[in-house]
Ligand binder design. Structure first.
Ligand code: MG
Length: 461
């Protein structure tokens, strides 16, 4: 090729690549269970927008988060690494609290930072829970790769008002005055006691505006809802409308929000070039009871547990024209989002640290076979269980809340493809499988360097 033609070809190729970078929207619900959406079998909660998104994309039936509670799960999503590696897990404290000093270490590379390096505009709306910036400004999303931020630093129950009634989280007769939900735009506290009935709507308006403002360049929007984490609040438009009480009202409002995002992508002409992922940070908070806790469907236990109900969650991927409508039965996890998305953006995963996810693009776009090693179920800093293929081995078991850990004399083995509810231990019949998973666990453990947990230290009151 002659130099001029070669130069022209190079310019066109680079321009073509840039034009091909898909926008990315990750929508994360908080404590939404595997069984809480219409498209995952809930009989009365109406989720027409998510059902349609699932019908147009890939709906995963075996999609996992890398931890059973908020903070470690979000750290894993944002870094593509088990939270044990970043110190974002702890056996006792479980999550960051409103007085926590720690947060996601600056040495961690977030998906937002990696996408920013590829020319993406990056925005975060909603609940962060990777560090409280009023205790240390370095923990702000704006310090971790995001150009734009609107939301709460932590869970909506972490700063109760004086006079907050006992067991207030689980109550259906909520009063916004019982809670101090500090709403920020960047570093500016715009509302120290946000009316939580308006949170989903306000978040959605900000997310819609972010998309409209950045449609001309590749953008990444991380939209992490506050709900259905308790206390539950729905706006008047949704309150009392579902057949599943307040919990259903809240989920139906989240579904409305998803519809607004998808409608905006179409209206802005970027629908065909935007990957949208919907998932939840952990299973349902069963401790809340039937009025305000969700459902893990046929899965055992919920939030806080390494039984399937704690860590298997809805996972829906939509990219029109590239992802064919399918029900995807391969195992996948939020750890996979980093390697998958950075590759689509034209970048690559860091090679200076262990990364724990796999690139899903071959599976999603070309139905290629997925090579996956062992998947580890951590509770805090302790590895409780591991999955290899269809098999899951439990070294330790424990319900989400209120029980002590149990270490059985022999690990328990379940075939999740025939027994997703984990009712029938088949370890005695498959010693070879038990040995294979134990070897895979030891191999994984050899890659883990212990670090001090970020969840221990608190600031003085
Ligand atoms: Mg959560």
């Amino acid at each position: 090729m002659r130099p001029l033609l070669l130069a022209l070809f190079t310019v066109l190729s680079v321009a073509g690549l840039a034009a091909g970078k898909p926008n990315v929207v990750i929508i994360l619900a908080d404590d939404l269970g595997y069984g809480d959406l219409g498209c995952y079998g809930h009989p009365t909660i109406r989720t027409p927008n998510l059902d349609k998104m699932a019908a147009e994309g890939a709906r995963f039936t075996q999609f996992y988060v890398a931890a059973e509670v908020c903070t470690p799960s979000r750290a894993a999503l944002m870094t593509g690494r088990y939270p044990i590696r970043s110190g974002m897990a702890h056996n006792q404290f479980r999550v960051l609290r409103n007085l926590s000093k720690g947060g996601l270490p600056a040495s961690e590379l977030t998906l937002a930072q990696a996408l920013k390096a590829q020319g993406y505009a990056t925005g975060m709306v909603g609940k962060w829970h990777l560090g409280v910036w009023t205790n240390n400004p370095e923990h702000h999303p704006l310090k971790h790769g995001f150009d734009f931020h609107f939301g709460l630093p932590h869970s909506n129950d972490m700063n109760p008002s004086a006079g907050n009634p006992p067991k207030a989280n689980a109550r259906g007769d909520q009063d916004p005055a019982w809670w101090n939900a500090p709403l920020f735009r960047g570093y500016e506290l715009i509302d120290p006691k946000a009316d939580q009935t308006q949170l989903t709507r306000r978040y959605t308006e900000e997310a819609v505006k972010f998309i409209a403002d950045h449609k001309a360049q590749p953008f990444f929007l991380y939209f992490a809802h506050t709900f259905p984490h308790t206390p539950l609040f729905a706006s008047d438009r949704f309150k009392g409308k579902s057949g599943r009480g307040l919990y259903g009202d809240v989920v139906e409002e989240l579904d409305w929000s998803v519809g607004e995002i998808l409608r905006t992508l179409k209206a802005q002409g970027v629908d065909e070039n935007t990957l949208v992922v919907f998932t939840s940070d952990n299973g349902p908070w069963l401790l809340m009871g039937t009025e305000t806790g969700g459902s893990a469907g046929l899965l055992r236990d919920g939030k806080g547990s390494t039984w399937e109900g704690g860590m298997r969650v809805p996972g829906i991927f939509r990219l029109p024209g590239k992802i064919k409508p399918t029900v995807e039965r391969n195992v996948a996890s939020t750890l996979d989002l980093f390697p998958t998305i950075i590759r689509l953006a034209g970048g690559s995963s860091p090679t200076d640290r262990p990364m724990d996810g796999v690139d899903l693009s071959g599976l999603l776009f070309n139905q290629e076979k997925l090579e996956r090693d062992v998947f580890c179920y951590y509770r805090g800093e302790k590895l409780y269980a591991a999955r290899l293929g269809a098999w899951k081995l439990h070294l330790v078991t424990q319900a989400g809340y209120g029980e002590k850990p149990v270490t059985p004399p022999q690990p328990l083995l379940f075939d999740l493809e025939v027994d997703p509810s984990e009712n029938h231990d088949v370890a005695a019949a498959h010693p070879d499988v038990v040995a294979r998973i134990q070897a895979a666990i030891e191999k994984h453990r050899a890659t883990v360097t212990p670090v001090r947990s970020q969840l221990i230290d608190v600031v003085a009151k």
